[in-house]
Design a protein around this ligand. Structure first.
Ligand SMILES: Nc1nc2c(c(=O)[nH]1)N[C@H]1C(S)=C(S)[C@@H](COP(=O)(O)OP(=O)(O)OC[C@H]3O[C@@H](n4cnc5c(=O)[nH]c(N)nc54)[C@H](O)[C@@H]3O)O[C@H]1N2
Ligand SMILES: Nc1nc2c(c(=O)[nH]1)N[C@H]1C(S)=C(S)[C@@H](COP(=O)(O)OP(=O)(O)OC[C@H]3O[C@@H](n4cnc5c(=O)[nH]c(N)nc54)[C@H](O)[C@@H]3O)O[C@H]1N2
Ligand SMILES: [Mo]
Length: 781
């Protein structure tokens, strides 16, 4: 599709809306859309990547699998060369393998959870396409909840009856600017994370919103081990605390409110249940330990004075308690959320503008922005006849323990025996914890299929890699969460190599398996795009917002939908009318004590928020051997592992590896200098990273962001040195608690040493070995 006078075409990506220019079939420029007040630079990483050497060009089969298809022992996944196969033959083999596994082991033997962010674009949403396809052929074992906030997704419905305030319906910034006085944020509100939003971003508005609140006199406090987590670009106060201790600090704040008799008893009586139990626990009636500021100071490293002063300020001012998502990706991650709601209830401002609580402000671009009064449509996934599922982060447990079980939110789940894994749109070798354990568990299934545009670690650990297009190679729609900006994501270049859309791949497989009509409903991709648009248009019309017809929209390239709702305060309806608008909890109120959770009788988990020591933290015995707390936040320079090969990500690496932030003191004590290659290790694994020394981090804490492509020295062999700086060789693979079973990447201890000698080169940013097709056709089923 070359063009003589190239003009930028608008498209939407997870980190913004951009004008993309393609010249002579190659992507040459990605520039921010002029309407974005605070654009993200990450989009430029597409240049050089979309048509770069790391694209999967043709269907590729791991040679050892192709030679011994269908048997369990087929060499080491993650090692060994691939063989390219043409599409027809590849799809024949895949269709036959799906049938074989289903016939021999049943549909639950297929794990299709396929967690991951894929690309923006509503129709070509990889995970949605995979689920729809697998449902059409008989179902699959699924996963529930997100790595992002799995613990919160389970605990919040027990407390407030929904997930409001987590992924939707946070109080909007206008109320904070208008009537707020104080924002106390646990874990900060780093602007780097607000660069992205699932499904795409139109306008980046978080900075503007925070600035406005700040200029209206709202005081911002960031409680975090790292100063950089604070809301950069505005004035804020930073108080460093030891990771994993937020619940203790909140309990001590509650103690101050109680002992100084400034709790809002009227609010507690009217809107909550169970405050007596909380009060007894806080004052020390249950366990003999009063949760005083002095007590919390000993745990968190914050001074008792600071805790006391903050609590007093909160009681004296309209206060918004914000908690980021990272805090619940830790041991007992349910507790800080429960305690934050408890503390907000004691302040009595829930439901008022600028008061109460909210989660994930600045964890993405969405929180605190006005929402549309309707949901954008998506393609229906159909019904899954298989009832087996896992909490998302229990994947390695499941693979290693067929027939084993885990406790989850009052149920006991039995792990199915997985023979086939299919991933489309995610990177488990990015997102899962304790990757050495995953490398081991991943060897168990008979067949692993991955749909991917790029040779990621997950693609390299597959048996069958099906090459897919990026959004630039297909027509789609951007219906992003919270955005009133709909973009026609137009195909601007031909597919790279033999890449095909996920939809096209599944449609052809569905035809081979006799379920084509169920999968496509007789529609082509462009029919689907139009159908989704028409559905959106009628939803908008129902709520009083006009959208042009499809043809006009496509010609215009984008449309801004008028917002009929511009402001919202979390739980204001409930506050206004608790009897008429009860919460969907058993009591209809905020459950500071939950009989349901108490009834689970999980060890050490009573029916109210409690402080529990994490299994790994600076206070645990293991800290004698591994004295540094590892935090693995989101990378500023990319989205997870996506476009790690791109210019923005590469420029941020130190010595070609992930940048490890250390306090100068900790580095100097270890003879580590700026830019040194270091080895980060613990009992689970080791990786190399590049040291960056800072004065803005609590001593004893290090930060190694996620996202560098997993690059083990000996692929397929658990425990081998990871060369690129992937923190997930160090993080534990344990559930938060039996309540939520969420991931606990932020409860990890490590040691760091300087790496002397010549460090091994990173190899994962070069394509894998592909051998010629000598074995084509061998041993086909
Ligand atoms: N240590 C640690 N680990 C973490 C976290 C942490 O804080 N610390 N955070 C966790 C969180 S919150 C998350 S959300 C996860 C993120 O983990 P993932 O969402 O799995 O990470 P991504 O890198 O976004 O993976 C998306 C993959 O989809 C591919 N893709 C893009 N478009 C398409 C498409 O159209 N079709 C197909 N088939 N594939 C496509 C991309 O190339 C990429 O490989 O990581 C988790 N892991
Ligand atoms: N640029 C960019 N933005 C992203 C993403 C990305 O990959 N890149 N990913 C997106 C996704 S999928 C998600 S889920 C969100 C995640 O959003 P979050 O989960 O909110 O963000 P993180 O970056 O994991 O963590 C933020 C900070 O929490 C602090 N922290 C960790 N543990 C503790 C603790 O115990 N106490 C306190 N007080 N602070 C702690 C760390 O210092 C860390 O820097 O980000 C989204 N935004
Ligand atoms: Mo996430």
């Amino acid at each position: 599709m070359s063009s003589s006078a190239p003009k930028p075409v608008l498209t939407t990506l997870h980190w913004g809306t951009y004008g993309v220019t393609v010249e002579d079939g190659r992507l040459t420029r990605v520039e921010p859309w002029a309407g974005d007040p605070d654009p993200s630079p990450i989009g430029s990483s597409l240049v050089g990547s979309v048509d770069g050497v790391l694209r999967v060009a043709r269907p590729a089969f791991r040679r050892a699998w192709l030679e011994r298809v269908g048997t369990a022992s087929s060499g080491l996944r993650g090692a060994g060369p691939f063989v390219e196969v043409d599409w027809d033959e590849a799809l024949d083999i895949v269709a036959a393998e799906v049938s074989r596994v289903r016939t021999q082991n049943g549909s639950s033997a297929i794990f299709g959870g396929s967690y991951g962010w894929a690309s923006a674009g509503r129709f070509h949403h990889a995970q949605g396409q995979l689920h729809r396809f697998l449902n059409a052929v008989g179902g699959y074992t699924s996963s529930v909840n997100a790595y992002s906030y799995a613990a919160a997704e389970v605990i919040l419905p027990h407390i407030i009856g929904s997930m409001e305030g987590l992924t939707s319906h946070q109080s909007t910034w206008d109320g904070i600017a208008g009537q707020g006085g104080l924002v106390v944020s646990f874990g900060g509100m780093p602007r780097r994370n607000a660069q992205v939003q699932g499904g795409g971003v139109g306008k980046h508005e978080v900075l503007q919103a925070m600035r406005k609140a700040n200029s209206h006199g709202v005081r911002f406090i960031s409680l975090s081990p790292v100063k950089d987590d604070g809301p950069d670009g505005i004035d804020f106060e930073w108080h460093a605390l030891i990771p994993g201790t937020d619940t203790a600090v909140m309990l001590a704040m509650a103690h101050v409110l109680l002992s100084e008799e400034v709790c809002d008893r009227t609010f507690l009586d009217r809107y909550t249940v169970g405050f007596e139990q909380v009060q007894a626990y806080v004052l020390g009636g249950c366990d003999g330990v009063a949760k005083t500021p002095e007590w919390a100071a000993g745990i968190s490293g914050l001074s008792a004075l600071t805790i006391r002063e903050l609590a007093r300020a909160m009681a004296a001012t309209r206060t918004m308690i914000m908690v980021n998502w990272a805090i619940q990706r830790a041991d007992h991650g349910e507790q800080p959320y429960w305690m934050a709601v408890t503390l907000a209830a004691m302040l009595g401002q829930i439901g008022l503008p600028g008061g109460g609580f909210g989660f994930g402000y600045s964890s993405t671009n969405g929180a605190g922005r006005a929402e549309l009064p309707f949901k954008w449509p998506s393609v229906a996934k159909g019904k899954n006849p298989v009832s087996d599922f896992i909490p998302v982060a229990r994947i390695a447990d499941m693979l290693l323990n067929p027939g084993g079980a885990c406790d989850f939110n009052g149920r006991r789940l039995v792990y199915p025996d997985i023979r086939m894994i299919w991933w489309a749109g995610g990177n488990p070798f990015h997102h899962h914890q304790d990757l050495n354990r995953l490398v081991h568990a991943w060897q168990r299934p008979e067949t692993i299929i991955v749909n991917e545009p790029y040779w990621t670690a997950t693609a390299r650990h597959a048996d069958i890699v099906l090459p897919v297009t990026t959004p630039l190679e297909r027509d789609d729609l951007a219906f992003s969460n919270r955005e009133n900006f709909v973009v026609a994501m137009k195909r601007v270049m031909d597919p790279v190599g033999d890449a095909r859309d996920d939809f096209a791949i599944f449609a052809d497989l569905a035809a081979r398996l006799g379920v084509q009509d169920a999968f496509t409903e007789g529609r082509s991709a462009s029919d689907w795009v139009k159908t989704l648009y028409d559905d959106a248009r009628s939803r908008a019309a129902f709520h009083g917002s006009a959208m042009p017809d499809f043809e006009t929209f496509w010609r215009l390239g984008s449309v801004e939908v008028e917002r009929t709702v511009v402001s919202h305060d979390l739980l204001s309806d409930f506050r206004a009318d608790p009897a008429g608008r009860p919460l969907r909890t058993p009591s209809g109120r905020i459950e500071l004590f939950s009989e349901t959770i108490a009834g689970f009788r999980y060890e050490g988990i009573p029916g109210h928020a409690v402080w529990r020591e994490p299994r790994e933290w600076l206070g645990s015995p293991l800290a004698r051997e591994f004295p540094l707390h590892l935090l693995s936040p989101q990378p500023a320079d990319k989205l997870h592992s996506q476009y790690d090969q791109g210019v923005v990500s590469r420029a941020a690496k130190v010595a070609g590896r992930t940048r490890l932030l250390m306090s100068r003191h900790d580095a100097e004590a270890r003879g580590i200098g700026e830019g040194d290659v270091v080895k980060v290790f613990n009992g689970r694994g080791a990786c190399l990273a590049g040291a960056k020394l800072v004065d803005t981090m609590l001593r004893g804490v290090v930060q190694l962001p996620t996202g560098s492509w997993f690059d083990p020295e000996n692929p397929g062999v658990p425990g081998s040195l990871e060369r690129h700086g992937n923190p997930n060789v160090l993080t534990p693979d344990r559930g938060t608690s039996p309540i939520g079973q969420g991931p606990t990447c932020n409860s990890a201890l490590v040691e760091v040493v300087r790496f002397d000698g010549l460090p091994p080169a990173v190899e994962v940013l070069a394509p894998p070995a592909i051998v010629s097709d000598q074995v084509k056709g061998t041993n086909q089923p």
